[in-house]
Design a protein around this ligand. Structure first.
Ligand code: BES
Ligand code: MN
Ligand code: ZN
Length: 495
């Protein structure tokens, strides 16, 4: 898909489909603007029939039999005074859903003047690209695969938007990779295969790669992570990728939970716990590898970035973890596993200890960690836990710029009593109420207190059950754009 800004008027543009943004209360203007293309009385009647007033998410399509444009999709933007970049992003998605891939040239005509050209160009470009993404890898006879070939942002300042436009493809390819990794089923995307994917990134983009096998993890005393992997016939793979710019003031570690399947273990996922969905339990690792893909191509300066995934499966066999087992993590802490389904935090514990040894200036982990987070925040908002206000602000800003929902949650230290064990240092689960908070507090036990650290629970946001804004039903790739925005911001300063 080729995206460009063109300084044409609407009357000079030609192409297959035009998406026109209409502000609420500006219907007459719009009718007037298009009068050389569509007869004004016809368009007026069309809007009346469809009760189209330019309200957010309203839309009307007009097919044209002759002329330079085949179809125009009018999309409501709401009131001018409330207009935000996110409305452009959503309107572009609404429009893109009315376009089929075989329609080769798409034009977007929005009220650009209200925005900084680079942010507007980026938001709209990524919206078109991400909305029209289709995963056809597992169809034996893929149909309807033709991607929109060309997108023109009509009337947008092309000089000012040039750099932003050049970043759309690298970042969206990162999101696409994350979505593909998440939607790949667990018989295809195994820990071995996830490691292969990291290896491909390392070769394609010249990143440093280290994969620790089971024996090497044993040597590092990663007893918590390895305990989870024991119940599977597949070997765990501990993945460590590194991006290093020429010079760097910051060093950050991004960790992603990488359970290629979570059956729950002996605390088997039964009833309504949706075991069949648990291929997405590597959503955190997908975001981190997607971010690696984008960062490796964009090459931001000033920040060395490490990408870490302790990949494995949570399964059941004769040597699987028993409920009640006591295991020892690589920082020496002992954990009573009172629930084998709280496995993500066990894998992350050893990944966090490993990350701290790199002496980074910050650590961020992303994990599909708790069902409780889904109950609290739903599928549009991820939970953010950190004791560090600056990191919280930076990540919240990065997410908001990406249009990704995030909400800071309390790190309630007094709830730590919930994960106290009578026999070991800790137990891996606390009471049901506040379950996402005790999960975050558990992770905190494995991070040096001097290192700024944030935990993002993406159990709700990594997947959507219906088409929603820029996300087609399925894997969302949540987190990639937030992480990339954050790393880009760090390229201008120290943490
Ligand atoms: N991977 C799940 C969390 C999850 C649940 C993600 C639903 C997406 C949707 C995690 O490993 C898990 O099973 N957590 C348990 C923790 C509990 C045993 C304390 C949960 O949330 O039920
Ligand atoms: Mn689980
Ligand atoms: Zn899990």
């Amino acid at each position: 898909m080729q995206i460009s800004a063109v300084s044409k008027g609407i009357n000079e543009w030609s192409g297959s489909v035009l998406i026109a943004g209409v502000l609420e209360g500006a219907i007459e203007n719009q009718i007037n603007l298009f009068k050389d293309i569509i007869k004004d009385t016809y368009l007026k009647q069309k809007f009346i029939n469809a009760k189209f007033e330019g309200k957010r998410s309203q839309k009307v399509s007009v097919e044209l039999v002759e002329g330079r444009i085949k179809k125009i999709v009018f999309v409501g933007l709401g009131k001018a005074e409330n207009l935000l970049i996110n409305d452009l992003r959503k309107a572009a998605s609404t429009g893109a859903r009315q376009v089929s891939g075989c329609e080769s040239k798409l034009g977007i005509y929005f009220p650009w003047d209200a925005f900084d050209p680079s942010s507007a160009a980026f938001a709209v470009g990524e919206a078109i690209k991400l909305t029209s993404f289709k995963d056809l890898r597992f169809k034996s006879k893929p149909k309807d695969s033709a991607e929109i070939k060309e997108v023109e942002l009509i009337g947008l300042d092309s000089k000012a938007a040039e750099l932003a436009i050049s970043e759309i493809n690298p970042i969206c390819e990162g999101v696409k990779l994350a979505r593909e990794l998440v939607s790949a089923p667990p018989n295809h995307l195994t820990p071995y295969q996830l490691a292969k994917e990291a290896e491909n990134l390392a070769t394609d983009y010249d990143l440093d790669l280290k994969i620790l096998n089971k024996k090497e993890c044993e040597e590092k005393n990663m007893g918590a992570y390895l305990a989870v992997a024991k119940g599977s016939d597949l070997e765990p793979k501990f993945i460590h990728l590194k991006y290093s710019p020429k010079s760097s003031k910051n060093k950050v570690v991004l960790i992603g939970k990488g359970l290629t399947f979570d059956s729950g273990g002996y605390n088997l996922k039964v009833g309504a716990s949706q075991i069949e969905k648990m291929k997405y339990d590597m959503g955190g690792s997908a975001s981190v590898l997607g971010a690696a893909r984008a960062i490796a191509e964009l090459k931001p300066n000033n920040t060395e970035v490490h990408f870490i995934v302790a990949a494995c499966e949570n399964m059941i066999n004769g040597s699987a973890l028993h409920p009640g087992d006591i295991v020892k993590a690589s920082n020496g802490k002992t954990i009573e596993v009172n629930n084998t389904d709280a496995e993500g935090r066990l894998t992350l514990a050893d990944a966090l200890v490993y990350a701290c040894k790199l002496e980074p200036s910050a650590i961020v982990d992303l994990a599909t960690l708790t069902g409780a987070c889904v109950i609290a925040l739903g599928d549009e908002i991820a939970g953010l836990w950190t004791d560090n206000d600056q990191l919280s602000e930076q990540l919240t800003r990065a997410a908001s710029k990406a249009g990704e929902g995030i909400w800071r949650m309390p790190m309630q230290d007094s709830y730590k009593s919930g994960i106290k064990s009578s026999i070991a240092d800790l137990q891996n689960t606390g009471p049901r109420p506040g379950g996402s908070i005790t999960a975050a507090l558990f992770l905190k036990e494995f991070v040096s207190s001097s290192i700024p650290w944030a935990h993002i629970d993406i159990a709700g946001t990594c997947w959507t059950e219906k088409d929603r804004d820029i996300n087609p039903k399925g894997a969302t790739g949540y987190g990639v754009r937030t992480l990339v925005n954050w790393i880009k911001e760090l390229s201008f300063k120290a943490i």
